[in-house]
Design a protein around this ligand. Structure first.
Ligand code: CMC
Length: 427
């Protein structure tokens, strides 16, 4: 017999179905709560609110587990390539050789970005933040692709997905080229997705560019680790914007903006800035730990803590190991890696962090790898966005195929009750 949850309000009892997920996550289905009782739930920050049922990503924050479509993040990071994971997330299964080959060719065929987009990016000052440019450029793509996606047509849906996957890395790379005042190139289709992305970022006019294989492999892995993370802030943004039936590109552009914030994807930039500040201050981590614990100080230890993980973020574990490997392979000796390790150790031994179950998250070590690859700090969140793109697409697709209703939370009004208008001269 299915379970029910009983709620009593003013002596009256209401029953609600209890939903159990495939990993035994339990939720009370309160869809009919207001209709039956006139009451709503209040949950700022959605700390206890499930916004959807999803079959894409499973994570257990207490145990530090992360899986895409049932595959562990550890195994995918070790054995898969980014575009395989992209396919898996969006379409539900790992592609076979033929499917993967076709997927790659379809992406390449759509990789050219309309020449007029170059005019859009040239309108930005070179000092503009790459994330602001990326969000605007993604939105500007709509002007060149005005036909809205027919979500009832598998073919239309596939075309739109391939288009954004193909053009997004180019736009991302262009944000760096705009900052460096370099000519804007389209992707090199003789190369793989990740290698071409690196070339678009770094190639200088008149010079041959050959990406270092270690860099390509490390970036591929980083993109996999960032590819989805269930209903985080930017993904929820993408789903909610998409729920109004705004198009895929508009929804992704909103996701980029949400990701930019320092409490979300912007943390990778903030971590490096924090580690640099510690270094400039003489390397004393205890001062910064004390600042993070001081409730009168807004400073937080960036790259630490997570809404869902109350244990090691499994991605951070993999990235920490990769940071050691990549820096050794590239022969980079970055003093901030040691500062980061010292800071992590000090925090993990500190009662404040232990009590609150604050562990390093995905952003803590990723910036150190990006830096070793020669990627400037302000591009770090753009790198995250390129990695998260398939997750946003997969979640948008799932939401549209499930014909989810428009996302529209309620509120508890705490403002003034009805009052009479006061004429200007009487105020
Ligand atoms: N440094 C110091 N104290 C912290 C930190 C931190 N990084 N994170 C949480 N706390 C404290 C917080 O002050 C609160 O203490 P108290 O209970 O005494 O009031 C307690 O821990 C719980 O924190 P919260 O803010 O209620 O937790 P949350 O789930 O709302 O926030 C978070 C999660 C990720 C926004 C937060 O941990 C944070 O601001 N971390 C730093 C920014 C960061 O690294 N963000 C990247 C997140 S992972 C990747 C991604 O999402 O993009």
């Amino acid at each position: 017999m299915s379970k029910v949850a009983t709620l009593e309000i003013d002596g009256k009892k209401y029953e609600f179905p209890v939903i159990v997920g495939s990993e035994n996550e339990v939720a009370i289905d309160i869809k009919n709560l207001r209709g039956e009782s006139g009451v709503i739930t209040l949950d700022p920050g959605f700390k206890n609110t499930g916004s959807c049922e999803s079959a894409i990503t499973f994570l257990d924050g207490e145990l530090g587990i992360l899986r895409y479509r049932g595959y562990s993040i550890e195994e995918l990071a070790e054995k898969a390539e980014f575009l395989e994971v992209v396919f898996l997330l969006i379409f539900g299964e790992l592609p076979n050789k033929e499917e993967l080959g076709k997927f790659k060719e379809d992406i390449k065929a759509q990789s050219e970005v309309n020449l007029d987009m170059k005019k859009v990016i040239k309108g930005f000052p070179p000092t503009a933040h790459p994330m602001g440019m990326l969000s605007s450029l993604t939105s500007a793509l709509i002007a060149f692709n005005p036909k809205s996606v027919n979500v009832d047509s598998e073919e239309d849906m596939y075309k739109a997905i391939v288009k954004i996957l193909a053009k997004f890395p180019t736009l991302a790379a262009w944000t760096l080229r705009r900052r460096n005042d370099l000519p804007l190139e389209n992707s090199d289709n003789s190369l793989g997705y990740v290698e071409s992305f690196l070339k678009m970022m770094f190639q200088k006019p008149g010079e041959e560019y050959k990406a270092n294989k270690n860099v390509v492999d490390a970036l591929d892995k980083l993109l996999i680790l960032h590819a989805d993370h269930e209903q985080n802030c930017s993904t929820s943004t993408v789903r909610i914007v998409g729920s109004s039936q705004a198009g895929l590109f508009a929804s992704i552009s909103a996701g980029v903006s949400a990701l930019w914030g320092p409490l979300h994807g912007g943390a990778n930039q903030a971590v490096i800035e924090m580690l640099e500040a510690i270094k400039a201050d003489g390397g004393d981590t205890s001062k910064f730990i004390a600042k993070a614990k001081d409730k009168d100080d807004p400073f937080r230890l960036m790259g630490f803590g997570h809404r869902v993980y109350k244990n090691f973020d499994p991605r951070a574990k993999i990235i920490k190991k990769a940071a050691d490997e990549v820096l050794a392979e590239l022969g980079v000796d970055d003093p901030i890696l040691e500062i980061a390790k010292g800071l992590e150790k000090a925090a993990l031994e500190d009662e404040y962090f232990v009590e609150r179950k604050l562990y390093p998250n995905v952003d803590f070590y990723s910036g150190i790898i990006y830096r070793a690859m020669g990627i400037p700090t302000e591009m770090f969140t753009v790198m995250f966005a390129v990695g998260r793109l398939p997750g946003w697409i997969a979640q948008w697709r799932e939401m549209r195929l499930a014909k989810e209703p428009i996302g529209r939370p309620r509120q508890v009004y705490i403002g003034e009750s009805l009052r009479g208008f006061k004429e200007l001269d009487k105020r």
